[in-house]
Design a binder for this molecule. Structure first.
Ligand SMILES: [Zn+2]
Length: 519
């Protein structure tokens, strides 16, 4: 079967083998057979365990609490567990995997300390799992893994076509619906933010969906209607559409097996940016989990490359990683009720500094890092601190670069949710330069906004910033409120900017070598 083939023949899938077991696991092989027990990982007799990916949903879920731990260690009657948990135990037993890890039963849910330690260990929990069981179609733990299915809906079948005048030649045809793979990513489970890293960190996942069961590992894909991966067609196979971000698994496995190179590291950053675009479209029950629910992948990449993740952006690729923007194309500003005094795209309670996408509630896009671009700004100091599980404690960047004043023309409290025209107004004695501006937060528009030039390729990219509070002790402290682009189609504008930026007329800038603090 797929699992045996994967364990015996797939180099990439077998990278994470080692002596690790989660702090607690459920023992499914003890006696009597109608109970499972919560046991400490150090007491387990084997290193082999399975994990469960599932939606918590709104249903009451079986949970480990500080005051029922002893009871669960004595034994949990399987019939008292919800369907998804019961059936995951069945699957683990069928696969001869003795131990099973389920988050709600293996992390003490009413202990903040245990939560912080265990949520920080997700990279290992999923990375070392023998297999991940995904309850893809269930909205909550009552939904289960198994569904009544009509096999005729998925199996290939032969059909006779009479032919047509244009393309179809008369004859018998085999109908095979390859497109089903793409639908796995649309299942309810895969709309949840936490699940993304569970799927990515697991070498092997079995997706239980309403239509059929899917197998997904780094080197193979399979389901009932398509028995095996077509050799040489992996990249184009519809299964990869479970998410483009599966690239990050392949790239990281390549680094593990073939070694680090700057090219692979740069690709990993681009893979990460694509992943974040997907991640920010997923739902999170708790807003404050934004950096925590993806920290397993951060931890994995940091261990692999030695790079450091600065609350969502990579140190090795600063300041280019600052060039993200809100994906207003998939967001309806009317639904967000963005108006003076109403909800803002950033949470009320501080979650992360303004320069990282993690400060945003909305989907984001990235201007991908490019090796051949010219970077005008550079980071001088990065005072960033996080908790053990990745959540932000503080984050201050000190950047050095060319600064201009911008007239965006927004009324108080308005957000430029679509690209709007702005003017760079500080270039003295010259015609104002037109620019495109998109904002991602409200700000006091009575104070002129500034823009810091970050990078140039086919256009000039700035981040739009406003003073935090000029009267405070840090007059050069700014927060990010958007992004600004000057296109290079206008040759005169381009040559003007170039001569200034390369030292020809530095006075045209507010300051060509300005040091700012970004909060
Ligand atoms: Zn495999």
């Amino acid at each position: 079967m797929k699992l045996d083939q994967c364990c015996s023949n797939h180099t990439l899938c077998c990278v994470a083998t080692g002596d690790f077991l989660p702090t607690r696991v459920l023992d499914t092989a003890g006696l009597p057979a109608d109970i499972v027990r919560l046991v400490g990982g150090h007491d387990a007799s084997s290193r082999r365990y399975a994990t469960l990916s599932h939606c918590w949903g709104k249903a009451q879920i079986s949970r480990l609490l500080a005051d029922n731990q002893t009871e669960l260690e004595r034994g949990i009657a399987i019939h008292t567990l919800p369907a998804t948990f019961r059936q995951a135990i069945q699957v683990a037993r069928f696969l001869d995997i003795r131990y099973l890890w389920i988050d709600s039963l293996c992390i003490i849910q009413d202990s903040a300390a245990d939560w912080e330690v265990e949520s920080a260990a997700m990279a290992k929990v999923y990375g070392y799992a023998h297999v991940n069981i995904a309850a893809a179609s269930s909205l909550d733990s009552g939904g289960g893994l198994f569904f009544d299915r009509d096999p005729r809906n998925i199996l290939p079948f032969a059909a006779y076509a009479p032919g047509s005048q244009d393309k179809l030649v008369e004859g018998w045809y085999i109908w095979r619906d390859d497109g089903r793979w793409g639908k796995v990513g649309q299942e309810p489970l895969h709309q949840r933010g936490w699940v993304l890293q569970e799927r990515l960190l697991s070498a092997r996942t079995i997706h239980f969906t309403k239509s059929q069961i899917f197998w997904h590992c780094l080197e193979d894909l399979g389901c009932k209607s398509i028995i095996t991966c077509v050799p040489g067609e992996r990249q184009t196979f519809p299964a990869m559409q479970i998410g483009d971000y599966t690239d990050i698994r392949v790239t990281s496995a390549e680094i593990q097996t073939r070694g680090w190179s700057s090219k692979r590291a740069a690709k990993l950053v681009r893979d990460w940016q694509r992943l974040i675009m997907q991640y920010n479209k997923c739902g999170l029950t708790k807003d404050e989990d934004k950096l925590i629910a993806i920290f397993g992948i951060v931890d994995h990449i940091e261990r692999l490359t030695g790079d450091r993740c600065l609350l969502g952006l990579w140190r090795s690729h600063m300041p280019g990683c600052l060039l993200w923007l809100v994906d207003w194309g998939t967001t309806n500003p009317d639904e967000l009720s963005i108006a003076p005094g109403s909800a803002r795209p950033r949470p009320e309670k501080w979650r992360a500094p303004s320069w990282t996408w993690a400060s945003q509630n909305l989907p984001v896009e990235h201007l991908f890092y490019r090796d051949d671009a010219f970077y005008y700004s550079r980071p001088l100091a990065m005072a960033v601190a996080r908790r053990q599980n990745g959540s932000a404690l503080c984050g201050k960047l000190e950047l050095h670069g060319p600064l201009v004043t911008v007239d965006v023309g927004l009324v108080q409290g308005e957000i430029a949710a679509r690209w709007c025209e702005g003017t760079i107004s500080s270039l003295q004695g010259q015609l104002p330069i037109q620019c495109h501006v998109q904002t991602d937060d409200v700000y006091d528009s009575s104070v002129p906004a500034k823009a810091l030039l970050i990078m140039q390729d086919w256009a000039y990219y700035f981040i739009l910033i406003v003073p935090v509070d000029a009267s405070e002790a840090e007059p050069d402290a700014f927060r990010r409120v958007g992004i600004l682009v000057v296109e290079t189609e206008d040759e005169e504008t381009v040559s003007g900017l170039l001569s200034r930026s390369r030292g020809g007329a530095k006075s045209m800038w507010d300051e060509y070598s300005k040091v700012i603090k970004l909060l």
